[in-house]
Design a binder for this molecule. Structure first.
Ligand code: SP5
Ligand code: ZN
Length: 320
């Protein structure tokens, strides 16, 4: 269950999503285990220790169900170490919509391993590879969870690509929601471009990030590009924004592309408000593929579960 508009409702990010996508894919491989080190290039040790133990600490505190916080330290407050599960849940999260279940760490860990496997395939010569990550990743930062996200799979892929010899990585985020965690991780970096096309945060989650005037800082000034679009956006307006984003990738001189793909831009999605159709995903992906860059794609959102598999398959067909 998740807190939504003041009431608990069924959790939108559930296992049926993955089952529907798996049934629609032709060739699937389980990832091998690359260990924790590639995850530590993105996430801090205190956060990783918290994620691995949060649910057992919740149970040890006498609670039932899934762990989530209810008190948050406003930015700028003292960084206290309180060793209290409720304080840590507030310290390491930015919203109340990402409960931690008994299996959350394992799922997030293996999702990150899938992203690493896809990156390895591309570094090994494949033109494109898709990682079916669940839970998704683009909302969580180096030391906080949120938006159904716990480990930032696309950031882990980007860092693995750099460790593997790539010099300029472009991340293109085409989930309905702004990829605030990914943006935060690379905000001051000149070697990683972050481009995101998403619903205007003036109307949509995550509200506080994804506005057009966020352009990066320090060495990363200019290496963040946000292209917010109004609710109701359909293919023509979406394609115009995509062309702007793709031109930014070309101008950046990327030698590697990482795509955060969310199918929650679909017209039938139950929690979002864009108007893309299944058939639209193929030309969108084809335009991305025409960059000609080695490309890792990770699964982000997409909650119209019955259509998720065909929407993912339509997107991947553009790389085929
Ligand atoms: C990865 C991703 O797409 N995360 C999206 C997180 C959005 N979270 C808050 C949105 C509120 C809507 N909740 C509706 C729940 C219906 N079961
Ligand atoms: Zn989303």
């Amino acid at each position: 269950m998740e807190l939504h508009n003041g009431a608990y409702v069924p959790y939108a990010e559930h296992r049926g999503r993955m089952e529907n996508v798996l049934a629609a894919l032709e060739r699937v491989e389980a990832p091998r285990d690359c260990g924790i080190e590639p995850i530590r290039r993105v996430h801090g040790d205190a956060y990783l220790a918290f994620l691995q133990t949060a649910h057992e600490r919740w149970v040890a505190a006498g609670r039932s169900g899934d762990a989530h916080g209810y008190a948050w330290p406003v930015v700028g407050r003292r960084p206290l170490k309180l060793n209290r599960i409720d304080a840590d849940l507030g310290q390491f999260s930015f919203d109340a919509s990402s409960p931690i279940a008994a299996g959350t760490w394992d799922s997030a860990y293996w999702g990150a391993q899938a992203a690493l496997a896809a990156t390895g395939a591309v570094l090994g010569g494949d033109q494109a590879a898709f990682a079916l990550c669940r839970p998704p990743g683009h909302h969580c930062g180096a030391d906080y969870l949120g938006g159904y996200c716990f480990l930032n799979n696309i950031a882990i892929a980007a860092e693995a690509a750099i460790a593997g010899g790539k010099r300029r990585v472009a991340i293109l985020d085409v989930d309905y929601h702004h990829g605030n965690g990914t943006q935060d991780i690379f905000y001051d970096r000149s070697d990683v471009l972050f481009v995101s096309i998403h619903a205007d945060p003036a109307t949509d989650y995550p509200f506080f990030w994804g506005h057009a005037d966020e352009r990066g800082e320090g060495a990363g000034q200019g290496a963040t590009l946000n292209l917010p679009l109004p609710r109701g956006t359909a293919l023509p307006e979406y394609r115009a924004a995509l062309d702007t984003g793709l031109q930014a990738v070309r101008d950046f001189g990327a030698d590697m592309l990482c795509v955060s793909f969310g199918a929650d831009t679909f017209s039938g999605d139950p929690i979002t408000q864009f108007d893309l159709q299944t058939a639209d995903y193929t030309p969108i992906a084809r335009a991305i593929a025409e960059l000609g860059l080695p490309t890792v794609i990770t699964m982000e959102g997409g909650y119209a579960v019955d259509a998720l598999g065909i929407n993912v398959a339509a997107f991947l067909a553009g790389f085929g």
